[in-house]
Design a protein around this ligand. Structure first.
Ligand SMILES: Nc1ncnc2c1ncn2[C@@H]1O[C@H](COP(=O)(O)OP(=O)(O)OP(=O)(O)O)[C@@H](O)[C@H]1O
Ligand SMILES: [Mg+2]
Length: 286
């Protein structure tokens, strides 16, 4: 029997520009400093971390992991690359893969097959606990995932495919991916938000979507919180008034969350991206 190992998989999502990538990197850095071998994964075709970690990286971020710092690697996974890797693994030959997949007919088929790229990505992310595909020897995988709607589509893909294809290996694979995504001992979900009314309302909607899709209870990370407490007083300066105002709006946003799991991350006044990530890693509770 294959020796099972407990790999922690952490998904970080949220609306555009709220700090998903910085928070995902902070979470990954925290785990790596705890001595866990950690892989930070970005999804899609274009790397954000290549520039963000320009000082730490010796090579651009690619499909195969590159080293950021001790215990921390980063990789960029797209649907087609995940699919290609899995197909080569199954077929045990790159030339057979090319024969079947690298012709215009099957390329067109792959491009129109709904949810196939999403299935390949979730398949790769959950390949460790499922013991499928090339070994992914990390204690922790932190995914800087797609924003809101696209993220829900990613999570729904395995279940949708399992319903569409009841039998055979494709159905089995889809069911096993879905099972890992729904396992709260294995996967955790963080929604990054800003402490303002509109982003908070959107984050709540996303949290409900994740709950409905997976039964998981995501944590909302309120990012860029005011790092100081201000008390309104007589003769306050314009800047103090601005801070008081921001604090009130922040508290209103927080009150919308009800009893949902919450983490707060302060705004970090640093130009250096690595310092921002370090500051987030020190503040986040996992
Ligand atoms: N707590 C923080 N304090 C200070 N700056 C922050 C904080 N969180 C994120 N930032 C900065 O805000 C900017 C946007 O963050 P980031 O790129 O992580 O957002 P994102 O949600 O990943 O954006 P996108 O949707 O484009 O992928 C970055 O320059 C990042 O360094
Ligand atoms: Mg990002």
């Amino acid at each position: 029997m294959i020796k099972s190992f407990q790999q922690e998989i952490i998904f970080v999502t949220g609306k555009g520009g709220v700090g998903k990538s910085a928070v995902a990197a902070g979470i990954a850095l925290k785990r790596s400093k705890e001595g866990k071998k950690t892989l930070l994964v970005e999804l899609g075709y274009q790397s954000f971390y290549t520039d963000y970690f320009a000082e730490q990286l010796k090579a651009p971020v690619a499909f195969s992991p590159v080293r950021v710092t001790d215990n921390l690697d980063v990789a960029l996974w797209s649907g087609p690359e995940c699919l290609r890797e899995y197909a080569i693994y199954l077929l045990k030959s790159e030339s057979i893969y090319k024969l079947f997949f690298e012709n215009s007919v099957s390329k067109a088929l792959i491009n129109v097959a709904p949810a196939l790229p999403e299935l390949a990505i979730t398949g790769k992310i959950t390949s460790g606990p499922r013991h499928v595909g090339p070994p992914l020897r990390y204690d922790v995988i932190v995914v800087d995932a797609f924003a809101t709607g696209h993220f829900l589509a990613l999570l729904k893909a395995p279940q949708g495919m399992a319903e569409a294809i009841q039998f055979g290996p494709m159905g089995d694979q889809s069911r096993s991916i879905d099972k890992v995504l729904k396992d709260s001992n294995q996967c955790k979900y963080f929604i990054v938000s800003l402490p303002e009314e509109l982003p908070t309302a959107e984050s709540l909607e996303l949290a409900e979507g994740i709950e409905k899709t997976l039964g998981a209870k995501p944590v909302i990370v309120m990012n860029k919180m005011l790092p100081v407490e201000v008390t309104p007083h007589e003769g306050a300066s314009d800047f103090e008034k601005f801070l008081t105002n921001s604090q009130q709006r922040q508290n209103q946003a927080l009150s919308l969350l009800g009893g949902r799991p919450l983490q707060k991350i302060s705004f970090c006044f640093q130009n250096d991206s690595w310092k921002v990530v370090e500051s987030i890693s020190q503040e986040i509770n996992l």
